[in-house]
Design a protein around this ligand. Structure first.
Ligand code: FHN
Length: 467
């Protein structure tokens, strides 16, 4: 029944599009944002670069099976269960009728992100399974029409994020395992171009694009985080066209590099053979080994799955999470840390605990993360001593991810003569002196007792640099 009503909708969309495609001479010519000036690009990216830290949320029907479907267990990432367990669309879509997250608390989610020090939140508006977390006008496969929950999840989260000062952003999958015209007939071999789905353009023009217009106009997201671009039906030209279309809809919108085909797999940065669409690279489950002249954001899970799996208890330690955040910031990138809420709408307790610990650390040390830029300076003294710099280049933050002991050698870093060096969160005045051309900080004996230290996990020494 759902499919019949859906096909009626598609036909209706086709007629609407045919009627509405009459050119309107009053329409202002679109801007080609692919030719955007560096100054305009930098201005648009400024808040995102300042933010450094965001929350990723993978949430949808896959949280119901949570890794196990009709007795079969997937040992892959939870949100891929429909594919990894070969669940037919007709069976998987029945999960929509069970999706009733009565414990979903958008205010708690937004505040949890804010308290952790996360400046933006990227939630799956639609993942590969095609289920939509808002009331889409071009689909019945959404929270309003197909689930008993019947509330606008994205609308509630938008208000909560606005109130909490967290920018709401959307992850949206180009690949769609539910829409009948979106099926990539090459699956699982995505690399062959010989058998392309001739109906894909219908999905793109009368479903994918209209839904993106809905999301941008209804919820005003700060970032669109595309994914699922690897299907052969999707091309760089389509990515460039979609990038421009969305930027014309919202000029200040930021869009990742998975809108096009430039990404070099999980390494996430664009190939260097041409200018690809998208504003930032997307390393996945890894951090760049060095730095890049391009913007980038490393997205990572907290355990081993993006979507909730009831039996994935392989949680990263808080130390690892803070090390990752510091490493990303020092290298000039952002850190997008994932949570996978349960079908009931709860953030797993192990995630809450870690986010609380990260938030305590950020409460004392966030100035070493926010509004920092590399500006070509070295990003580390050694593997456990990373460096960030304020935008004016006058202040450096020496971030020790293991306790340095009784002294800290600043190596190539040159403090301004007579300048004060302090440990963020501590009142002790630190003394330093030059020895053989290098500044050595003496760390007071009192701080050798970890009970006297301002925080756990990593310690930030603020240094005023010589001109
Ligand atoms: O296939 C997706 C996966 O489910 C998850 O969304 C990650 C997170 O970015 N992206 C793709 C895998 O590269």
């Amino acid at each position: 029944m759902l499919r019949i009503r859906y096909m009626i909708l598609v036909v209706g969309m086709f007629l609407w599009a045919a009627c509405s495609s009459v050119p309107d001479e009053k329409v202002t010519p679109p801007v080609d944002y692919l030719q955007e000036s560096q100054a305009d690009f930098d201005a648009r990216m400024e808040w995102w670069r300042d933010a450094r830290f965001g929350m990723f949320i993978h949430w949808g029907l896959y949280a119901i099976p949570a890794g196990v479907f009709e007795g079969d267990t997937t040992h892959s990432i939870g949100e891929w269960i429909m594919q990894t367990l070969h669940i037919p669309v007709s069976e998987y879509e029945k999960l929509a009728g069970e999706f009733n997250p009565v414990q979903f608390d958008p205010v708690l989610w937004a505040q949890t992100a804010a308290d952790a020090g996360m400046k933006y939140l990227v939630i799956t508006s639609k993942h590969h399974d095609g289920f939509c977390l808002w009331d889409s006008e071009v689909s019945q496969y959404d929270i309003m029409d197909a689930s008993p929950y019947k509330k606008d999840i994205l609308g509630a989260l938008k208000k909560a994020c606005d109130d909490a000062g967290v920018k709401l952003c959307f992850y949206h999958s180009i690949m769609d395992w539910h829409h009948p015209q979106a099926q990539s007939i090459n699956y699982p071999d995505y690399n062959t171009q010989d058998k392309m789905n001739p109906e894909f353009a219908q999905y793109r023009d009368y479903y994918l694009r209209p839904q993106l217009h809905e999301l941008v106009t209804k919820y005003d997201p700060a970032v669109l985080w595309f994914d699922g671009e690897w299907i052969p039906e999707w091309t760089e030209d389509q990515g460039k066209a979609l990038y421009n279309e969305l930027r014309n809809l919202k000029p200040e919108l930021i869009i990742n590099n998975r809108v096009g085909k430039g990404r070099q797999g999980m390494q996430g940065m664009n190939k260097g053979d041409q200018d690809y669409a998208g504003d930032f690279g997307t390393p996945e489950q890894e951090i760049l080994s060095g730095t890049s002249e391009h913007d980038w954001e490393s997205c990572m899970t907290m355990n081993d799955t993006w979507g909730f799996k009831s039996f994935d208890h392989n949680w990263k330690s808080t130390q690892t999470l803070i090390n990752n955040l510091v490493d990303c910031a020092a290298k000039g990138g952002n850190y997008l840390l994932n949570i996978g809420p349960t079908a009931e709408g709860l953030i797993p307790e192990a995630s809450v605990e870690r986010l609380h610990e990260v938030g305590k650390w950020m409460h004392i040390n966030s100035e070493a993360i926010y509004e920092t830029r590399r500006n070509g300076n070295p990003y580390q003294l050694d593997e456990t001593t990373k460096l960030t710099y304020k935008k004016d280049g006058k202040t450096a933050y020496v971030i020790a991810t293991s306790w340095p002991g009784t002294e800290l050698n600043l190596g190539a870093l040159k403090p301004a003569a007579g300048s004060k060096i302090n440990l963020l969160g501590a009142d002790e005045v630190l003394t330093w002196e030059e020895q053989a051309g290098e500044a050595i900080i003496t760390i007071p004996a009192a701080l050798q007792d970890e009970k006297n230290r301002p925080c756990d996990y990593a310690w930030v020494f603020k240094v005023t640099l010589s001109d």
